[in-house]
Design a protein around this ligand. Structure first.
Ligand code: SF4
Length: 349
């Protein structure tokens, strides 16, 4: 990537319109360019044939259209695909494509690493490198789709490396391009942002975005939650729940809670009872995620009978609850296993 040029995929339609105006181009050219970039997915200004030649030359002088560099792709036994991309400055990020029968979900990263340090998460254990740009977030979709032209990504979840709301500006900018008429045209219903619970950003998200919200909950008491997720010391459960009540009042939508089940920490029936009590004030759904054991922590996956008993209790109390099937466990693509390590040096089992 030419560092002297502006990455055009970092600009919103409005920002691009302003930049073009400064170059003496008509405002409608911004829409044409968006169509070329996101619908026709061209990689060169010369391919934008409905833009006058001198303008194309001017665009090429000022802007670049970078693509993510794929370093490694691994395919699991269940067809889950893990992609490792190397960014222009050498940082690496990972994305996971989960093909299902009727839809295909792409899990994207928003940061290289993560600063929140959740103790069960490999990304958190490895620390933080930097925020991704809008272009690097949407670029994961472009790159994965280019690898899989016959497998259209139907849903996008912001659940990869990083806390999306710690990179709020780029996360919202990427959602804007993913959902805009001139961009990728995804419905907001097909996009889910998962947060560890950054309360001020959750409140802004309620006002500024129509995408779905998921909350990584994982514990029902502040002491346990703070031990698993240090961010809870800043935004304890009561503050988080108050913000989520606002979400319900504004949207009337159901909130998804992710609950990573860890043996002996949060997997007992007493926890299921407390979960039902804590969340009763708004409609919600729970994804139980049995902990995926990985190097770097001593936490263990709960026994199967604990997982079943937990799920049975919630279902008996009419709480929508699924146990998330682990995808790509053997390629470390499962939840909490994205670590940005150099998978190029590793062998698949
Ligand atoms: S679980 Fe999410 S917020 Fe917590 S450290 Fe991992 S990536 Fe960051």
């Amino acid at each position: 990537m030419d560092m002297n040029k502006v990455d055009i995929k970092n600009l919103s339609l409005k920002e691009l319109g302003h930049a073009l105006k400064d170059l003496g181009m008509p405002a409608y050219t911004a829409r044409q360019i968006f169509t070329w970039l996101y619908k026709k997915r061209v990689t060169d200004f010369e391919q934008m044939t409905d833009i006058a030649k001198p303008f194309r030359a001017e665009l090429a002088k000022r802007f670049c259209i970078p693509a993510l560099k794929l370093n490694k792709k691994q395919v699991g036994r269940d067809r889950t695909e893990k992609y490792q991309f190397v960014l222009a400055d050498g940082a690496s990020i990972e994305s996971v494509l989960i093909p299902m029968e009727r839809w295909h979900t792409l899990c994207v990263s928003t940061q290289a690493g993560c600063a929140l340090g959740c103790t069960f998460c490999l990304t958190g254990i490895k620390g933080f490198k930097r925020n991704l740009t809008v272009s690097e977030i949407t670029g994961q979709l472009a790159a994965v789709q280019a690898e899989n032209p016959d497998m259209p990504v139907s849903h996008i979840v912001f659940m990869g490396m990083g806390e999306p709301f710690a990179n709020e500006h780029a996360t919202l900018g990427a959602i804007d391009i993913l959902t805009s008429e001139e961009g990728y045209q995804y419905s907001n219903h097909r996009i889910t942002v998962s947060t560890a619970g950054l309360v001020p950003q959750v409140r802004r998200f309620i006002r500024e975005s129509k995408a779905n919200l998921a909350v990584s909950l994982n514990a029902l008491y502040d002491d346990t939650r703070t031990a698993l997720m240090p961010i809870n010391a800043t935004y304890p459960l009561a503050e988080l729940m108050a913000a989520l009540e606002d979400y319900h009042q504004h949207r009337r939508g159901r909130i998804t809670f992710e609950y990573v089940m860890i043996k002996g920490i949060n997997d007992g029936i007493a926890h299921a009872i407390q979960l039902a009590k804590l969340l009763k004030r708004f409609p919600f759904k729970v994804n139980l995620i049995p902990f995926n054991e990985h190097r770097g922590t001593d936490y263990e996956r709960p026994d199967e009978d604990h997982i079943r008993a937990f799920q049975d209790y919630l279902q008996k109390h009419t709480i929508a609850c699924t146990v998330r099937t682990t995808h790509g466990e053997e390629i470390e693509a499962a939840c909490g296993q994205l670590g940005g390590k150099n998978i190029a040096q590793e062998e698949l089992p």
